[in-house]
Design a protein around this ligand. Structure first.
Ligand SMILES: *Cc1c(COP(=O)(O)O)cnc(C)c1O
Ligand code: SF4
Length: 328
């Protein structure tokens, strides 16, 4: 059955996946092409046009470009950086992670709108670990059989890359489990593909009896343009709770001015900073790593400049810990 694609689905399909095209669109010379092609074999390039339009032409150090351009440094093997630092690939129920009290994390899809070079999912075996729409049953049974679970978190791959029809079906099945109170979306789409936030999506989310929480993912104030602002303002006019998580990235947002501006800009569109993650030690990402003492210092600097509610918690994920580890 062929279906008419919505504007956001078309934008997703038209995302740039070829390094030479990305470099050409940004007026950058071919000197970066070899490294980009090599590194793209490890984890493909993917970036929507709308996100590319927020990059500065001719600037190889652009903080948005750096997040998506594959580079030769990804091929280096650095001690301590592994393919599965969080030890998350061995799940009893495919796609379901129950690490923390009261919350389960579900990946319903392996698809993201953008491929972030620093992401641990660059090594994630989605084919083995993706329930697919037919495999929901096992996950929903697991949740139904554990009354301590009050919150379900849909995480990356990006849950908002699923169609409205699929999301609607999932939310209805989940709503039938009476002890589940909250549904949380961890999604980068409102930032990288704000067209996704349609009136239909908002309607399907807000009609549910579940409390809806969005944790978006924005690392740099330059990611926020008028289209993002407008999407987030539409969301913040509802009763959906809006939070942001960022990853601290060397050469991208490891500066107090940038982090301060990010918090201010998020607040202006109704979003509160939640977490600032230090990098997971994922193979191929060592060039983004910020020393822990730098992270502490940066966090102290922004805490001295912002109201407490605009200071994200500096955290790290440690395998086996009962919650994210609060560093500061
Ligand atoms: C981060 C995470 C959560 C959510 O943790 P919060 O501290 O509630 O934001 C839940 N499950 C897993 C597996 C996680 O990694
Ligand atoms: S899961 Fe999030 S951080 Fe990772 S590639 Fe997808 S959008 Fe980027």
């Amino acid at each position: 059955m062929s279906q008419v694609k919505t504007a956001w689905q078309t934008a997703l399909i038209n995302a740039v996946t070829q390094p030479d095209e990305l470099l050409r669109l940004l007026d950058l010379g071919p000197s970066w092409l070899d490294g980009a092609r090599h590194a793209a074999t490890l984890f493909p390039l993917k970036v929507p046009h709308g996100f590319i339009r927020r990059m500065q032409k001719g600037n190889i150090h652009d903080p948005l470009l750096r997040q998506v351009l594959p580079i030769g440094a990804e091929l280096l093997e650095i001690p301590g950086f592994t393919t599965d630092p969080l030890q998350e690939t061995d799940n009893a129920i495919p796609g379901l992670l129950h690490k923390y009290q009261g919350r389960v994390l579900l990946t319903l899809t392996g698809t993201c709108a953008i491929h972030c070079r620093f992401c641990f999912r660059r090594h994630f075996p989605y084919s083995k670990n993706n329930p697919g729409t037919e495999g929901w049953k096992a996950a929903l049974n697991y949740i139904a059989n554990d009354p301590t679970i009050t919150e379900v978190i849909l995480s990356g791959g990006d849950p908002l890359s699923l169609s409205d029809a699929i999301l609607d079906r999932f939310i209805q099945s989940l709503s039938a489990i009476s002890h589940v109170k909250r549904l949380r979306f961890h999604s980068r789409l409102p930032i990288v593909l704000p067209e996704r936030i349609t009136p239909d999506l908002i309607q399907l989310l807000t009609k549910s009896r579940l409390s809806i929480v969005f944790v978006v993912h924005c690392n740099h104030p330059q990611e926020i343009d008028a289209s993002v602002k407008s999407a987030m303002q539409n969301l913040s006019a509802t009763n959906i709770t809006l939070l942001n998580q960022s990853v601290l990235l060397k050469g991208i947002n490891d500066h107090a001015d940038i982090l301060t501006e990010l918090s201010e800009s998020l607040f202006d569109m109704g979003v509160l900073p939640y977490y600032l993650h230090v990098l997971d030690k994922v193979q191929g990402t060592a060039h983004f790593d910020t020393p822990l003492d730098t992270a502490h210092l940066l966090h102290a600097q922004i805490a001295a400049r912002l109201p407490g509610y605009l200071v994200p918690r500096l955290v790290r994920e440690d395998p086996g810990a009962p919650a994210k580890t609060l560093l500061r």
